[in-house]
Design a protein around this ligand. Structure first.
Ligand code: SF4
Length: 280
């Protein structure tokens, strides 16, 4: 059994909270630059230039990428040969969020109760997803999620007869109706299958996939490409002011489902598609 002190988890989370709010991954930045080359509508080109400049400023370390520094979504894949020592793992994650958001001067955006709405003051609690996997390592993914885009996300329990056409219509309608609200260009995470709760998680996890690698399944790689093309033909464009770049990518994750159902979820992320990963 490998023993990991939960302090290591807190330290990793605190560091990733600051890092993700200042640095986008290389695939997202590369995609924004490539889309800029394709834009001939001057307003769209100007907005993409400003987005790139904003990324450079954030990397200087003083200002975060966006004023909405997100609700902390944390995914922990814990090897079953690992034992966590030194206290509660969940509390260690929240301590890392508390420290990262305080030391990094990041906005605290969490209310303790959804209706009475008093700010917790330290951006906790994190939304934590635990998974037990084989091995003696721990993989932690930190993804702060802004709510301009989260609010535009949708779930639908389609009948199986709706098929791929139903999925296609639902994804495109969701992105079209979102308009400028999720600060396009967006990244579109699509979950297909599972149950009502599982499909939302699939869509959220799809947002963590690299933009520069196609789906491993050629059927879904083709569907991702087709959806991206159709979404970019909507004409919403950067910040909703027209253009070819409504989405940077569409990523799909699937799961087996019941014979009577076809759950679909669309989790939209903005161009500030923040995430980082560490393996302990
Ligand atoms: S949707 Fe994204 S870019 Fe827009 S305010 Fe929220 S975090 Fe910022």
């Amino acid at each position: 059994m490998r023993v990991i002190d939960v302090k290591e988890i807190s330290n990793a989370i605190a560091e990733m909270a600051v890092r993700t709010n200042h640095f986008l991954t290389a695939d997202v930045k590369k995609c924004i630059s490539q889309c800029r080359l394709n834009e001939d509508w001057p307003v769209a080109g100007d907005i993409l230039d400003k987005i790139s400049r904003n990324i450079e400023i954030a990397e200087e370390g003083v200002y975060p990428l966006c004023q909405d520094t997100g609700l902390a979504c944390v995914f922990i894949e814990a090897g079953q040969e690992v034992c966590f020592a030194g206290g509660s793992l969940t509390e260690a994650v929240n301590e890392g969020v508390r420290r990262g958001y305080s030391e990094g001067f990041l906005r605290k955006s969490v209310v303790a109760d959804p209706l009475r709405r008093v700010n917790t003051g330290d951006n906790t609690p994190a939304h934590i997803t635990y998974e037990i996997v084989p091995g003696d390592k721990v993989k932690i993914t930190f993804a702060p999620k802004g709510f301009g885009s989260e609010n535009m996300s949708r779930i639908c329990m389609l009948p199986p007869s709706a098929g791929v056409e139903g999925v296609r219509d639902f994804v495109i309608t969701t992105v079209s109706e979102a308009g400028a609200n999720p600060c396009p260009p967006v990244v579109v995470g699509v979950g297909i299958g599972g149950t009502f709760d599982k499909v939302a998680l699939l869509a959220k996890k799809a947002l963590l996939l690299p933009l520069d690698k196609p789906n491993e399944d050629p059927y879904y790689a083709a569907l991702e490409e087709e959806l991206l093309e159709k979404i970019n033909r909507l004409g919403t464009g950067p910040q909703g002011l027209g253009g070819k770049t409504t989405a940077l990518g569409v990523k799909i994750m699937t799961w087996p489902t019941h014979i009577a159902g076809l759950p679909v979820a669309v989790n939209i992320n903005c161009h500030v598609s923040r995430h980082a990963q560490i393996i302990l």
